[in-house]
Design a protein around this ligand. Structure first.
Ligand SMILES: [Ca+2]
Length: 388
């Protein structure tokens, strides 16, 4: 459990005790009883307003972030304003379907809207990619069949969403309107390709100074990529979008492969999050590829990429080593497409078009996994402990 999380728990415990004492000792009027819930308001700074921008999966790292974010929302630690979906790990219709099921499974279908965003990256589409993939390898949804029709979608083991419906507003418009509604208050937690964010700042550049910050899972600065030797998947999938956003004067924090490679999920931790076999999240995880990998080899490990970005958003002190670099992306179509470049101060190009961002290089693994296990094993549907 993070320090911040502990603090909230302690505050709640104090309020709980005070509330019990008041009920025991004070003869309360109906009006004073009505006022009691006001005591439960968390400090404004604690309720970080977050838009989760994700290439959603049922229970891959994106799906795990969804669970974590909705539990944190239920606890009042964040105010999850919506989930915006972008093509990346899979095609958009499948990801939207998985996200709708997720909010319904968590009991927040009426609270957390799912907004469909970009179906393709800015430059590439399926047709061009089929010509190009033999040259430079491919990643994410390009490995799969073409974008499926609605009747070709795959259901998770607990079935499609029955009630949750995708919001009528496009994800990009939702991002623009929400940032304007809450100027300098919204954190964009971007754990897929940056296409939606790039489109938002191109459609409404006036939102740039109104975005509080962006926290990404993305990039491979001083380590090999995971899609090509040069590039990490999220940046590779839409390098043009990434470059457009990275160059903006917005506070931006990167959780790249440099750090996610050093925070492996192992069998001991996996066993903790799957110990309760009746828990739906455990059931989904036990049906995952990593569960099968562990059956073959108990020493297997997996990366939980995006979940670190979620944890950092609520507790930046989890980052134990952070560098500051001038960030850019190679968008030349070729073997280095999507390569993230992090210039240290002495290497900065003379052209003044880059921004200096925070690059997380190491994490407090033990403390991170306490938070991770805690959030993934909480009751589903969530138990609401927030005031709004
Ligand atoms: Ca992702």
């Amino acid at each position: 459990m993070s320090a911040q999380f502990c603090r909230f728990t302690e505050i709640r415990a104090v309020i709980d005790r005070a509330y019990s004492a008041m009920l025991d000792c004070v003869q309360m009027s109906p009006i004073s009883i009505l006022l009691i819930p006001l005591l439960w308001v968390f400090p404004a700074a604690a309720q970080e307003k977050v838009i989760l921008d994700s290439d959603y999966t049922t229970i891959g790292d994106d799906g795990q972030v969804g669970v974590m974010a909705m539990q944190l929302h239920a606890q009042g630690v964040i105010n999850l304003l919506g989930i915006t979906v972008v093509a990346g790990n899979n095609w958009l219709p499948q990801e939207v379907s998985d996200a709708l099921k997720a909010v319904e499974r968590m009991g927040l279908a009426e609270t957390v809207g799912v907004y469909a965003g970009a179906r393709y990256p800015l430059v590439h589409d399926y047709k061009t990619m089929t010509y190009e993939r033999d040259l430079y390898n491919i990643g994410g949804s390009w490995f799969r069949r073409p974008e499926p029709r609605d009747d070709e979608l795959t259901a998770p083991l607990d079935g499609f969403a029955r009630k949750a419906k995708v919001q009528p507003q496009h994800a990009v418009n939702f991002i623009i309107d929400t940032v304007k509604k809450y100027p300098r208050q919204v954190t964009l937690l971007v754990i897929g390709p940056a296409t939606n964010i790039a489109l938002a700042i191109r459609m409404a550049p006036e939102i740039v100074p109104l975005i509080k910050r962006i926290v990404y899972m993305g990039g491979a600065f001083e380590v090999r990529g995971n899609t090509t030797p040069a590039a990490e998947m999220n940046v590779w999938y839409d390098a043009e979008a990434a470059r457009a956003v990275f160059r903006q004067p917005i506070e931006q924090v990167f959780i790249p492969l440099d750090v996610t490679n050093t925070v492996p999920l192992n069998k001991a931790i996996f066993d903790r999050i799957t110990a309760n076999k009746d828990h739906i999240i455990a059931k989904l995880l036990l049906a995952s590829g990593f569960a099968r990998a562990l059956q073959r080899n108990p020493n297997a490990t997996s990366n939980v990429y995006d979940t670190l970005a979620m944890a950092y958003t609520v507790d930046p002190s989890l980052a134990t080593e952070v560098a500051e670099m001038w960030v850019d992306v190679d968008t030349n179509w070729g073997p280095s497409y999507g390569h993230t470049l992090g210039y240290r101060d002495g290497q900065k190009p003379a052209a003044n078009h880059l921004q200096k961002h925070k690059i997380v290089l190491r994490f407090d693994n033990e403390r991170f996994y306490k938070l991770y296990v805690d959030l993934l094993t909480r009751p589903v549907p969530v138990e609401i402990r927030r005031t709004k």
